[in-house]
Design a protein around this ligand. Structure first.
Ligand SMILES: Nc1nc2c(ncn2[C@@H]2O[C@@H]3COP(=O)(O)O[C@H]4[C@@H](O)[C@H](n5cnc6c(=O)[nH]c(N)nc65)O[C@@H]4COP(=O)(O)O[C@H]3[C@H]2O)c(=O)[nH]1
Length: 720
């Protein structure tokens, strides 16, 4: 039998049979949503419904208008059957050709499980793509909600984030007005906090069929009802065993329980939410590592550079100044090296906290590394910046008690540069603030300095000096000079101070006060002082071999070297190597070394004392002058600074200070050596005040080894 052998059924009947066989519903509808005709299948599904609004869940006039505007796009609808049952279908609207009275054909395919799975697959793929391309969390969640709502027009979807304090914050609620989101933003989760708040509290899904009667909604009922929400199912989302991070919820405008298709969909959506949150966490962690300092949590250099550049661009656009402050902690290295890195980190965290507390929200504070902090102050001119710097000094000035119980005093040196005068972009401003900060250090630390154009020159000078000093040390161009220490009463020679000299081929004699601080700063001081110690010991041996045995030398050692190097071991090695007695050597140290009464420097002082090496405190009276350390540490000599000696006879204050230092020495049984004795009158006054030993041009200027040997010999020959 062929097709043409049978009488053909009328075209309408043929179409009905075909649709029935394919399980497809077909209806014709006008622009106002009125159903004009429907296939048998369609009528079975919707009964006597007269309009689409009667048989499609949650379809209203606006949605119908939207739909007509993009008719070809498939939509997922929930059809309401005559018996109240719901049927999920995929619907496509097709405008008909001209002459069909503006009617539209509606083709409906029931969503069976396979189709549902396919729809969920598509949703998953789309959302995963958005996650993988690092779209912001809110955008991803918004997409998720919209896709879920597109699958079922009867559903309203929301995602809420739960913060650490257990408060909710809407991440996405695309089909609810913004007023809904703002009404619930910041509300606490709890045992009766609507579906979402309760789900987060209980850590389990909460299904509320009827918001109007469910006690969980008591507090939020008026709110939900004012937005036409009748039922809500919420699922908590957490990562691993962590706290609940979000809730994913489906709302319905009718009282109803959850459709089985929705359960499958929510399962998939909960996983997607988890993934998106995990991705967000990883992104944040990557960002934290890349842009924040791990010790203080402050922005690092990379982030600061970016923010500072933005602030400077804004400044220029608004034609207003901005200032940059570079803050460097004073003597932080000593804390770090002597008390350990944990204590150093503690100090840095506390500094960050204090600085932050003293700033305005619009300011940016960052840690550049080490003990350097930088601040960008938008809209702040040079004078305001100085006020801020003063506030920062004050914030740091309170003593800091470490976890170990130890109390330390903090201070910082601050350099200030201002845009546009000192530079228009970040790099020159930072460079100029750095130069100004160095000037603040030079000025005695714990102070602030503005950048001045003349400072640029001094930076270049410093850098040149540093490289030339390195060269001089390695080329053996440095020399030792010696200055005698004598008994003030009878001019007996008691020892000599070793003073480093740098005869520079172009600059002439560079004074140690000029190059020692540069060496300390660039890390050359250890090598420099080690060279001085070796050369001094060698000289003692050479003199002994040349018939000048048993001389005593005082060698200056920088406080930094005690922190960074093993001075005691080096001294022992040099004494042995050159066959010297420990009593022939005195180390001159500064008061700042004595402040750390623990740690490496302190241990070394004790070791040197045990060896029999004498310790002398240089420039006594100019620094901290704490008596307590003199009592506790093995010091045998203090040197009265030449600034007190200079005006001894004309300035009663200096005389009083000198007298006090001498009395301290006597009380603690320490030798007191007066420095810079230039006149006979000074010698007599010192003797009268009780000082027994002196050093200065009155007796002898610093001289090289050969001159010193001659000087010593001439005294041996001179009649007593
Ligand atoms: N006005 C005046 N000055 C006098 C008189 N007698 C001596 N002086 C100077 O006073 C300084 C005494 O040295 P200091 O207090 O240890 O102060 C030293 C010391 O702190 C440091 N220094 C020198 N050599 C070394 C060294 O080898 N290592 C380290 N770390 N520092 C050194 O450099 C500082 C300056 O050394 P110098 O320029 O050699 O200056 C020396 C010396 O030349 C005097 O009667 N009148």
């Amino acid at each position: 039998m062929t097709v043409t052998d049978q009488p053909a059924p009328p075209p309408g009947a043929l179409l009905e049979q075909t649709l029935e066989a394919a399980g497809i519903g077909l209806a014709w509808v006008d622009a106002r949503g009125r159903l004009q005709r429907g296939s048998a299948c369609f009528r079975r599904w919707v009964g006597a419904a007269a309009t689409l609004f009667d048989c499609v869940h949650a379809l209203d006039k606006d949605k119908w208008q939207d739909w007509q505007a993009s008719p070809g796009e498939p939509r997922q609808l929930a059809l309401r059957g005559p018996d109240g049952a719901t049927l999920q279908v995929e619907a496509q609207l097709r405008p008909l050709a001209a002459g069909s009275d503006g009617l539209l054909a509606l083709v409906l395919n029931p969503l069976d499980e396979r189709r549902e799975r396919h729809a969920i697959d598509i949703l998953q793929r789309e959302v995963l793509e958005a996650v993988a391309s690092s779209r912001p969390l809110q955008v991803v969640m918004d997409l998720l909600c919209r896709r879920v709502e597109a699958m079922d027009a009867g559903v309203i979807c929301t995602v809420l984030e739960i913060d650490r304090e257990g408060r909710v914050h809407p991440l996405a609620a695309p089909s609810l007005p913004a007023s809904f989101s703002s009404a619930i933003d910041g509300e606490p989760i709890g045992p009766q906090a609507g579906s979402c708040g309760t789900a987060a509290w209980r850590r389990e899904p909460v299904e509320v069929r009827d918001i109007a009667s469910d006690p969980l909604w008591e507090r939020y009922r008026p709110l939900a009802q004012s937005f036409g929400l009748a039922a809500c199912w919420s699922t908590p989302i957490s990562l691993a065993d962590g706290p609940v991070r979000a809730t994913f919820a489906l709302y319905y405008r009718q009282v109803r329980s959850v459709a089985s298709f929705h359960r499958r969909m929510v399962e998939a959506c909960a996983q997607l939410c988890q993934l998106a949150l995990q991705h967000e966490d990883s992104q944040r962690e990557i960002e934290r590592l890349a842009y924040y300092d791990s010790v203080t949590g402050l922005p690092n250099r990379t982030l600061f550079t970016d923010r500072a550049q933005q602030a400077l661009q804004m400044s220029q656009r608004l034609d207003r100044p901005s200032s940059l402050l570079l803050l460097d902690l004073d003597r932080f290295k000593t804390v770090n090296d002597s008390l350990g890195h944990a204590a150093g980190d503690e100090v840095l965290r506390e500094v960050a906290r204090r600085l932050n507390a003293a700033l305005r929200d619009s300011d940016t504070l960052a840690r550049l590394g080490g003990d350097e902090f930088v601040l960008m102050l938008p809209g702040c001119n040079a004078l305001d910046a100085l006020h801020v710097a003063q506030k920062l000094h004050a914030a740091l000035s309170a003593p800091l008690q470490l976890d170990s119980g130890m109390r330390i005093n903090l201070s910082a040196s601050i350099g200030i540069s201002t845009c546009p005068d000192d530079g228009q972009s970040f790099e020159p401003l930072l460079k100029h603030a750095d130069i100004a900060m160095y000037e603040a250090k030079q000025a005695g630390r714990n102070c602030s300095r503005y950048f001045l154009a003349s400072m640029n020159q001094s930076l270049d000078e410093r850098l040149n000096l540093e490289s030339e000093l390195r060269q001089a040390l390695s080329a053996g161009q440095l020399q030792l000079h010696f200055q005698p220490k004598l008994a003030l009463a009878d001019a007996r020679v008691l020892g000599m101070e070793v003073l480093l000299r740098w005869p520079h081929p172009v600059r002439g004699w560079v004074p140690p006060d000029r190059f020692i601080p540069v060496a300390e700063e660039c890390g050359l001081i250890n090598a420099l002082d080690a060279w001085v110690l070796e050369a001094a010991c060698r000289q003692l041996r050479d003199w002994a071999e040349a018939g000048l045995p048993g001389l005593q030398l005082s060698v200056n050692v920088s406080a930094l070297r005690f922190v960074q190097d093993d001075v005691a071991a080096h001294v022992q090695q040099q004494l042995q190597r050159h066959g010297l007695q420990a009593s022939q050597l005195t180390l001159e140290i500064t008061e700042r070394l004595m402040l750390d009464e623990r740690g490496r420097p302190h241990e070394q002082l004790l070791a040197l004392d045990a060896m029999g090496v004498r310790l002398s405190v240089d420039d006594f009276g100019t620094g901290y002058s704490s008596l307590s350390y003199l009592k506790r540490l093995p010091v045998s000599e203090i040197k009265l600074d030449k600034s007190f000696v200079r005006d001894l006879d004309s300035d009663p204050d200096d005389r009083a200070l000198a007298s006090a230092v001498i009395s301290i020495g006597q009380a603690l049984d320490l030798s007191v050596v007066a420095e810079g004795v230039e006149t006979e009158a000074q010698r007599e006054t010192l003797l009268r005040l009780g000082c027994r030993i002196g050093q200065g041009w009155l007796f002898g200027r610093p001289m090289d080894a050969q001159a010193m040997a001659q000087w010593l010999r001439s005294r041996e020959r001179a009649p007593a």
